[in-house]
Design a protein. Structure first.
Length: 447
């Protein structure tokens, strides 16, 4: 495709956010008689699903301690449910299985899910939790679990298939997707002012509005826009905390046990909900019985034909290299630095065996292939959805985002003039104003 000299809407990134925004924006423009998909160009330096959206586990859940996150996720789950087959979405549900230290947090999630009409069952107490789990899996054996939140909605989607489906929908609306085109800078008429053109390695493209869905490359684009490298945050104590880095990176730990996905069926022969277990119990090696950790740990897993086995992950770790020095490229499984190693395989497969007897002695079937990838996180690990430089809409999900299919729809509505109450709690100004989201006791940075 020849590059156009000017477009109304230029979207950077063909991942979940860029594609969802393009598709929904095309529909919005048409519905309002303001244009259509031909006004939109998506550019991607690699290709469709080349970033985090193409390697994500694909879990879709509502379980969040923060009310604003829960409401936003409920909206996105609704969008996934509009076309499960088309989006390759498996609505099997989701379970948060927790120790006593998280009991109260999860109880409040369950209460608030009731308030917003999000269907879930909440089981409390060690005995009842074990019984509930055994009605699903006869071999359930995790100890120290005192609550189970069973979300009846949610589940997971096949990562790349859903992205290709979105791209097809967008193209059917007239959206152009230009791959192999890297954005290298921005042009404006005044310092810090509105962007009037995007510079790419294929030439300059004039535009009225930019949308950025750059995932792990959010910091790279942020730097191109000459936005501040650090922020000031008003803490819960009312004190101002200066010089907090705007972006840090975490390495996400995921892998696949290469057994028949049918191994993980429920007692009644169905495919189970996505399982997420957090635990304070000491975790011992399923390989040699040695102690792996006596600190809190967490894992998630699901049978997944797309990955060819039982796929899942464990808590990520923060990358302590200075953000400016972290190599985001080559990304994902091609990275020499940020793919999971033997420690992850040992921990995760042992944790699977800790939870269900059927996984004991299965360590050797762990798929020894590169997996995992890094994500860029904001100062509070929650998304920033906001406009910068007057006409650049940044969608930076802080790595919560595969499940957020609906965010592109809400962004499209905002671009067409309809402000979204669901996106409002995620404005950049929350840092200076101290309007922060509550923090949970989960070992994961995004719960
Ligand atoms: C291993 C892993 C597992 C995950 N699992 C889940 C999960 O189960 N559930 C969940 O909700 N979330 C999950 N996430 C998080 C989720 O994948 C991301 O939050 C989400 O995919 C981000 O989407 P995006 O569209 O912003 O970015 P991406 O999907 O990364 O897309 C960004 C695109 O921008 C392009 N790009 C970057 N810079 C430029 C440039 N300068 N010029 C042109 N193009 C550019 C890239 O090539 C890329 O294709 C996971 C993340 C990882 C890494």
């Amino acid at each position: 495709m020849a590059i156009p000299s000017h477009v109304k809407y230029l979207i950077i990134g063909a991942g979940i956010h860029g594609l969802s925004t393009s598709y929904h924006l095309a529909q919005q423009l048409k519905a309002q008689g303001k244009g259509d998909g031909r006004d939109i160009l998506v550019v991607d330096k690699s290709g469709i699903a080349a970033g985090a959206s193409g390697i994500a586990c694909g879990v879709v859940r509502n379980n969040y301690f923060q009310p604003a996150m829960r409401e936003l996720m409920a909206h996105s789950v609704g969008v996934w449910e509009t076309d499960p087959e088309g989006y390759s979405y498996h609505p099997v549900g989701y379970m948060q299985i927790s120790p006593e230290s998280m009991h109260e947090d999860v109880a409040s999630i369950a209460r608030q899910q009731k308030d917003i009409g999000y269907e879930s069952t909440f089981i409390e107490g060690e005995k009842d939790s074990a019984e509930y789990m055994k009605t699903l899996f006869h071999d359930w054996q995790a100890k120290g679990i005192t609550s189970v939140l069973h979300e009846k909605r949610g589940g997971y989607a096949n990562n790349t298939k859903a992205m290709y489906a979105l791209a097809t929908r967008a193209e059917n609306e007239g959206v152009r997707i230009l791959t192999g085109c890297t954005v290298t800078g921005f042009k404006s008429d005044s310092a810090g002012g509105a962007i009037r053109a995007v510079e790419t390695d294929k030439g300059e493209i004039g535009c009225d509005q930019v949308v950025i869905g750059a995932g792990p490359w959010a910091k790279t684009v942020w730097d191109m826009l000459e936005l501040p490298k650090t922020v000031t945050i008003k803490g819960a104590d009312g004190n101002m905390h200066d010089n907090v880095p705007m972006w840090i990176y975490w390495s996400l730990q995921e892998g696949t046990l290469g057994v028949d996905p049918e191994l993980q069926k429920t007692n009644d022969g169905k495919f189970p909900p996505v399982i997420h277990v957090d635990s304070n119990e000491p975790l011992y090696s399923d390989f040699d019985g040695s102690l792996i950790t006596d600190q809190m740990w967490g894992i998630y897993y699901k049978p997944d034909f797309h990955f060819g086995g039982i796929q899942g992950g464990a808590a990520p770790y923060a990358i302590d290299t200075a953000p400016d020095d972290v190599a985001v490229d080559p990304y994902g499984v091609d990275s020499p630095d940020f793919v999971v190693g033997e420690d992850f395989a040992h921990m995760w497969t042992s944790a699977l065996a800790h939870c269900q007897k059927r996984f004991e002695g299965q360590f050797e079937f762990y798929k020894n292939e590169p997996s995992g990838g890094i994500g860029s996180f904001t100062p509070d690990s929650f998304p920033v959805f906001d406009v910068f430089r007057e006409n650049c809409y940044l969608i930076a999900d802080s790595n919560h985002g595969y499940k957020m299919l609906g965010v592109g729809k809400l962004v499209a509505e905002e671009l067409c003039g309809q402000q979204s109450a669901l996106l409002e709690p995620f404005r950049f100004s929350r840092y200076a104003e101290g309007k922060l989201h509550p923090v949970s006791n989960s070992p994961f940075p995004w719960s």
